[in-house]
Design a protein around this ligand. Structure first.
Ligand code: PPE
Length: 311
């Protein structure tokens, strides 16, 4: 993967190769970490982080859900993130803050292990490929069901929980597809392995509600706002598997994936097999928002003071 120069670790910027942990790190054994995926874009107003406070807030919410007090304030984490991007001199990048239980006693009780924080960033292009973003990806419904709220917390972005997505992703990539769609135990559509999902039928847009086993995606919220501004109705309701096949359009949203259309699901062509008009319009406005080209959404950008120097 592309490396950057420095990584923020517990309050200090350290060289990329020196940002290491001990093999008895609690999170390595038990998945006791929470993280964020954030993006910085080279926008009309300079490098800026998209919906930064929302990502920081969700990081703290995930930490709280797993009884992992972050030893910094949200404002300190925001500032540290700006510093990390600036120190690496990256005008656009993917940012990965991670809060985790570090080196401490082995065993399931994490409460005596330290809470460590790192913030890394690197250049990361289109998650599901440039072609996928332009033409749509081929998806498959995974045989693995989305993790149940009876056992874990879908609304937390927690490291260990991602084993569910990892199984789904391995299954569908081995079968020759680009992305996995996960249903819940009742067979209701939930989300992609790392994205929220939207279905368009007869000009109306549907997306699973907060009560589904989904992450409350920052980009999901952005699309709800943009759709409202465009006068496109979005209904948050359960989606049946068959509706994926009967849809006119389907698309995925996420920080890594941005807005990626889906052109095929389980070997059924979605609509015409090309991204449809609703997807295209939402994607166009969304991309404008990400890059600061739309005045209406400038408030979603947190500018990175670059100081013109590399640390
Ligand atoms: N659901 C899941 C399960 C998920 O992981 C993500 C983000 C989303 C929905 C969309 O959330 P948001 O980014 O706030 O719109 N997935 C992150 C991790 C991807 C990875 O491979 O790692 C991301 O996009 O950064």
């Amino acid at each position: 993967m592309p490396q950057a120069d420095v990584i923020w670790k517990n309050g200090e910027l350290v060289p990329w190769d020196e940002a290491k942990v001990h093999v008895l790190t609690h999170a390595l054994h038990y998945g006791t970490g929470v993280f964020e995926g954030v993006r910085c874009y080279d926008t009309e107003i300079g490098p800026a982080i998209f919906r930064h406070p929302e990502h920081v807030a969700r990081l703290f919410a995930s930490s709280e859900l797993y009884y992992m007090p972050v030893p910094y304030t949200p404002e300190q984490i925001r500032q540290a993130t700006l510093d990390t991007v600036a120190a690496n001199g990256l005008r656009s990048c993917y940012i990965r803050p991670l809060v985790f239980r570090g080196e401490g006693p082995m065993g399931l009780s994490p409460l005596d292990s330290p809470v460590d924080v790192i913030i890394a960033c690197w250049e990361w292009g289109a998650y599901l490929g440039e072609e996928g973003k332009a033409k749509g990806v081929r998806a498959k419904v995974s045989s693995w069901r989305r993790l149940s709220p009876a056992g874990l917390i879908p609304h937390a972005k927690a490291s260990g929980q991602y084993l569910n997505s990892v199984l789904a992703k391995i299954e569908v990539t081995k079968a020759g597809y680009e992305e996995a769609i996960l249903l819940d135990e009742q067979g209701v559509v939930n989300e992609g392995s790392g994205e929220n999902i939207f279905v368009v039928r007869d000009g109306r847009v549907f997306t699973p509600p907060q009560s589904a086993s989904i992450l409350d995606g920052v980009n999901r919220r952005s699309i709800l706002q943009i759709a409202a501004d465009l006068g496109v109705e979005v209904v948050e309701r359960d989606i049946a598997r068959a509706e994926l096949y009967l849809a006119d359009e389907v698309f995925l949203t996420g920080t890594a994936a941005e807005l990626t259309p889906v052109r095929e699901i389980d070997d059924h062509r979605v609509g015409t097999g090309e991204p449809g008009p609703v997807t295209r319009e939402l994607q166009r406005v969304f991309e404008d928002a990400l890059h600061g080209r739309d005045e209406r959404y400038r408030g979603w950008l947190d500018p990175v003071p670059m100081d013109g120097t590399k640390a």
